[in-house]
Each structure stands twice: as C-alpha cells, then as structure tokens.
Design a protein around this ligand. Structure first.
Ligand code: IVH
Length: 684
C-alpha cells in the first residue's frame, strides 16, 4: 500500500538544489498552514482533503531530503514525536488565575453591584462567553512562532506540553500578520477540550481494547493532552479555543472585544458564542440563553464567563490572590437525579470537622457515576429530614461534591429514625462538640488520627510548606507506624527512619530529608497557611504575613487588632485567637521554632514608614498617578491601599469626578485629601 502511494510520487521527483528546495519548502509550508487555518479555524476549506494530503506529502518528502530546511511552523510537526520521559515544569510569567463563581442570578447581580460601586459607574459593558469545560493552557509565541505551551498546573507553574500542543490542528504554529502586526512576544491562554462525538468514539475504542473508558470529555481531553507520546495526542482530535491574554509586549487594545478581534486576526481559534452586553440584565439574558442551548452544543460547557470589557477598568479592579475582580463564572444549574441512601456515615476532616456523608445507590449524574453525597451538617439533615433508606434527589454542580437536595417523603420506608451525628468521634472515639455559632460538629482531639493525616497532608502541600515527595501514602505510613503524631514530628524524622519504610529507596529518603530541610526557609505566609487555621486560606495568610511578620507576633495579637486589619473580619479574627489560645497549638509553634522553622517577613518598611498603619483609598481622576503607581507609592512608605470605603480607611484621596466613595467617606468622617495634598504628605 505504502509503496503504491510512493512510486508515482517518486516519478515526479526532480532533484532540486538547496536554494530551490528552500523556496519550495517555504511555499508549501505557508500554503498548508493557510489551508489548515481555513479548515480548522474558519471552517471554510477551499481544497479537497486529497489535495491537502498530496501537498503535505510533497513537503514531507522534501523535508526528508533537506532536514535543515524544516520550518518551525511546518505542518509535518503535527503528527507527534517520540515519547518523552516526563514533562518539564514551565513557570507562567504571570499567574494563570481561576474565576470566582456565581451560583445564581443574584450572585451575578451582586457582582455587577460591586463592580459599579468600585468603578463608580452607572452601567458596565461586559463580554459574556461560554465557560468551556476542558483544560486551561498557555501558548507562547516568539516573533509569531509557537515556541512553547503549558498546562495551568497550580496556576504558577504548569507542565511543558509543547510537543503535544503542536498536534492540535487548530493551533496556529505561526501567527498571521496580514491584518495586524504580530507582537514580538505573546502569551495567550485558552481551553483544550474534546467534542462529544470524539469522546464517544474514543471510549468505544478504549472498550474494544479492554481499557477503562473516560468518565467525561474533560477527563478524556486531560488524559490525551498529558500523553508522554505525542503521537497518541495527535490521534485524539483535540479542540482549542483562546480567550485570555498572558504577557504581551508591544501591543495595546482598549477592550476585551478588541482583543478577541486581534486573536482572530492572528489566526487563533476562538469560541464564536460570545456577546457584548451593556448592563448586567443583558448578561443574565445571554447566560440563560446559553443554558438552554447547552444541550445542543457539540461540546461541554459548565457555565458562562462574564468579563468587564474595558481593559483600563479591569486594571483598576485588579486581582485577588487567585482570581480577577473583573470577571466571574456564572454556573449553570446543577443536574439532578433520583437515588436511594444506603447509609449515612460521619467523616472527619483535616480540621476535625465532622461531615455526614450519604452512601448512595450509584447513579449517573452529569457524565460521572455518583456513589456518595455530602449532607453538610446536622442542621441541613434536620431541615431536609434526611434518613437512612430514604429516596432522594441528588445534584452535582461542576466539580463540587454531589449533594442531597431533598427527600421524596412518600417513598420513605416504615420504621426509619431521624439521623443524629454521633457524640463520639468515629475515628478516635473522643468527644464531639458543636461550638456556638458553628454549623459543624468537631472532634476536639487535635491528635485524632483522622485529623493528623489531613493536617500533615495540608501542611506539606504545594501551596503550603511544599515538601516535595511527601505524598499522602507516606503520611499514611508514618502516622500508622506512630512515627508522626503532630506536624512538628516531620522535623524530627531521620533518614534511617524514612529508609526503613516499605517501598522507600535510600535515594528517595535522602531527597525527602533535603526537602524537609529546605522547607525551613519558606515564606511566612506558607507556614501560616500550613497550620490549617479555620477560615485562614492562602490570601488571608499573605495578608497576615505582611502585617505581622512572624508567628510570635501573630500569636500575641488580640481579636480587636486583627479586626482592625484590612480584609480581616470578626469570624477570621475569632478563629485566629482561638487557634493561638489552644495550649497544644502554642506548644506546636514552640516546637517548630526549636526545629528551626520560624520564618520572618521584613515588615520594617510597614512599621517604620511614613504611612505605617495607614490605609488609603484613591478615587476619581488623578493627574500624577494611576491606581498601581499610587498603591506602590503608599506601600513603599509602609501603608496599604484598599478599593472600597469602610471605617478602617484613614484617607480618601479624591480627584475630579469622585462619586459615591467621596459621599461615603464624608459620612464616615474619613479625611479626604486632594491629589496635591497627598503629594505633599508623601514629600513629592
Ligand atoms: S478567562 C483571568 N474565559 O475556567 C480569567 N476562562 O474557573 C482567566 N475557562 O482557568 C480565565 N472558559 O481554564 C476564561 N471563556 C473563558 C473560559 C475560561 C473556561 C476556564 C479556565 C479557567 C477556569 C476558571
């Protein structure tokens, strides 16, 4: 067969010199990329598949003879290359953020209210797009050539999957410059996903080969994209749509709409179901429209993404730790099914919180099999009157653990009893209590094995102390053998102890010891986060580290002082004080310090600076500053800035056009400065 194709082809072959070959290779590469773009991006081919294949074969033949002439954007690269042994890490030059969720219409309205308040505007222009249910990726183009691509990873560092991404037919290997100039350096972000049809086809193939089928198209896309053998990725027909910018040099547009146009001009595939909406009402209308149309799409979406259109407004609104303030994901209503509760089981989490979990008769829900559902807490069980043996409606919203919505009362068997969370911990048998104002019951024993494992897993995790190689299996082994009963015990482990564990090579033991040692010099916020204090996540940990600079100082702070800190409310403040009050926790901190784990953050600037402990808000049009440079100025002098007016604000700097913030500041008796007065204050 192969011969049959090759012979007539070879007959056409006339020897070419290097220069002729170079011209021909360039011509063929350009032509094939053009056809590719027409076929996969514009959906408007103008040659037959056969003609395309002929051109491709002609190019491949020439490339075989003149390998030095192969172009970086040659379509022959899309077939995949030899397997690699693993993926290299690739750090994103700016973090790949996630999105805050709006679970219902009210939360979309709240988002709009917040944005209008922050920007002091009556009406905002938004762009709404489908929220594609695949995997986020980043693509890097240098002088218009696709040079590297990565997964999202933890948002900061992903995996280098360049070879795999090259096999995606719609991904341009070279950007078009016929309509718009190409920036010398360009990063874009988008979603890789698989159509329903390709998903079904792949699963049939998996079954035939006696391999496990994929649970849903997203898993299938993830599995395909993370193949070590890119030739397999090439067979999976993955799709890609671009929707966001990373770092781009020498390029400026005013709006997200303009950016979408630029993406198209450069030849990127985008999702065409986007809409410019003036005001939140239009956004909600479009969201509902897409929710209806969802079933007829050929790929999965799990909601819409609503983005502020004006990029200067996006800049003004800024970002939180992990998500932008200028965008929100509107989630679709969860899919529901009916099933039966076999039993209810209390499960103990890392913080000691007891969550009642229902074991269900398995049911298919939005693409996955569901066998367990959370019942949240005793109040929820009481409110819904959920009992073992009940027939119930369960639902799943995106990635969230399924939950029981309601009981179908007339299907309840005779003789059932209301369910009560046990008075003793199912793991360690010590007392379970429910504190005033808390929805959850807690096991009070901080050394409860259920908590210890979870607490340690959290402590060593990437976003905390980041102790490489310290996985959940190892934690389990160490706790079960009694080698660890508290976080501090990590630092007393010896290499011999580790090496004596089952399935632990000496080399790995050595590496883990090194990682433990390295973790002693982590940033303070990671340690705070690692302690697993109730309601203290990554962002609050950073706020605390910046403000207090050491664990010792944190432990000495009282609730009123915490509450006076911007972004810290009464619940977090109470959790912090409770945590540091506990004798076991005090002892833990002393032990950690003795083991050499006592990171400090230099807050001298903050305490010694001219603006130490002062919080500023900027509003209106400023002549000499934009929001970023104003913030930098204040922070360099030890102060902080905020986006909204509250009692905690010391000064409002108001330029022309200031609106509601000025009114509110007046009401609260906050000192208002003109830009000139502020400049004088900071010595400009
Ligand atoms: S914008 C700064 N637009 O959703 C915001 N994300 O939950 C960056 N996603 O990590 C994302 N469709 O992988 C954006 N039209 C869309 C999207 C989208 C899907 C994913 C993306 C992101 C995740 C956040």
């Amino acid at each position: 067969m192969g011969r049959f194709f090759f012979i007539p082809h070879r007959l056409h072959f006339r020897p070419m010199d290097h220069q002729q070959a170079s011209a021909k290779i360039n011509e063929l590469t350009t032509a094939l990329n053009e056809h590719n773009h027409r076929y996969y991006v514009l959906d408007d081919p103008n040659i037959s598949d056969k003609a395309y294949d002929d051109l491709l074969r002609e190019l491949q033949d020439l490339e075989l003879q003149f390998p030095d002439l192969i172009q970086p954007d040659s379509p022959s690269q899309r077939v995949g290359s030899l397997p690699s042994s693993g993926f290299e890490p690739l750090t994103h030059s700016t973090p790949m953020l996630s999105l805050e969720n709006a679970m219902n219409t009210q939360e979309l309205l709240d988002f709009d209210i917040r944005i209008r308040k922050d920007l002091e505007l009556e009406q905002i222009e938004y762009v709404v797009e489908p929220k594609l249910d695949g995997l986020g990726v980043e693509l890097i183009y240098v002088d218009g050539i696709f040079t590297a691509g990565s997964t999202r990873g933890d948002g900061l560092t992903g995996e280098n999957i360049t070879q795999n991404l090259k096999t995606l037919k719609a991904l341009p290997l070279r950007l078009r410059d016929d309509v718009r100039a190409i920036p010398p350096y360009l990063e874009v972000r988008g979603e890789v996903f698989m159509s329903h049809q390709d998903f079904d086809r792949l699963n049939q193939k998996q079954l035939k080969a006696e391999k496990a089928p994929f649970a849903n198209p997203r898993n299938a896309a993830a599995g395909s994209l993370r193949q070590l053998d890119s030739r397999i990725t090439a067979t999976r027909n993955l799709q890609v749509n671009i929707y966001a910018a990373g770092q781009i040099t020498g390029f400026k547009v005013a709006t997200h709409m303009d950016f979408i146009q630029a993406l198209q001009d450069w030849g990127f595939p985008i999702n065409d179901r986007f809409e410019l909406c003036n005001g939140i009402a239009k956004v909600i209308q479009f969201h509902q429209q897409l929710e209806t149309d969802r079933e007829s799409l050929s790929y999965d979406i799990d909601g819409t993404v609503c983005k502020v259109n004006e990029l200067t407004y996006q800049d003004q609104l800024g970002i939180r730790s992990r998500s932008p303030r200028w965008a929100i994901a509107g989630k679709f209503k969860a899919r529901q099914e009916i099933t039966k509760i076999i039993s209810i089981e209390p499960s103990v989490g890392r913080t000691g919180a007891i969550t009642p979990v229902a074991n269900l008769e398995s049911v298919h829900l939005g693409g996955v099999m569901v066998a367990r559902a959370t019942l949240h807490n005793q109040d929820e069980i009481d409110r819904k009157d959920i009992r073992e043996g009940d027939t119930v409606v369960v639902q799943r919203a995106g990635d969230v653990i399924p939950e029981v919505v309601k009981v179908i009362q007339d299907k309840r068997p005779a003789g059932t009893q209301p369910y009560l969370i046990p008075t003793h911990c199912p793991v360690c048998d010590s007392h379970v209590v429910r504190l005033e104002g808390e929805a959850k019951h807690y096991c009070q024993n901080i050394s409860c094995p259920a908590q210890i494992k979870g607490r340690i897993e959290h402590f060593v995790a990437k976003r905390c102390l980041d102790i490489d190689g310290f996985g959940s299996k190892l934690v389990s082994q160490l706790v079960d053998m009694g080698l660890i009963t508290s976080i501090a015990d990590i630092y007393t482990l010896s290499a011999d102890q580790l090496a004596s564990l089952e399935r632990m090579a000496e080399k790995s033991a050595h590496n883990i010891m090194l990682a433990i040692e390295t973790s002693k010099s982590v940033d303070l916020w990671r340690l705070i986060h690692g302690l697993g204090i109730r309601n203290v996540g990554e962002h609050i940990s950073k706020v605390l580290a910046d403000k207090y600079g050491s664990l010792t100082l944190l432990a000495e702070t009282d609730a009123a002082a915490f509450e006076a800190t911007h972004e810290i409310g009464p619940i977090v403040a109470r959790g912090l004080v409770e945590f540091f009050k506990e004798a076991d926790n005090q002892e833990l901190i002393v032990r950690l310090r003795n083991e050499g784990l006592d990171p400090h953050k230099d807050i001298s600037a903050a305490t010694d600076g001219l603006l130490a402990d002062l919080t500023f808000v900027f509003t209106g049009k400023l002549e000499h500053f934009n929001r970023d440079s104003a913030r930098e100025m204040v922070e360099s002098l030890g102060g902080t800035t905020a986006g909204t007016i509250s009692k905690k604000i010391d000064y409002l700097v108001a330029g022309p056009g200031a609106g509601s913030k000025l009114v509110k500041a007046d009401k609260l008796g906050i000192t208002v400065l003109t830009e000139a007065e502020f400049r004088e204050m900071v010595g400009l």
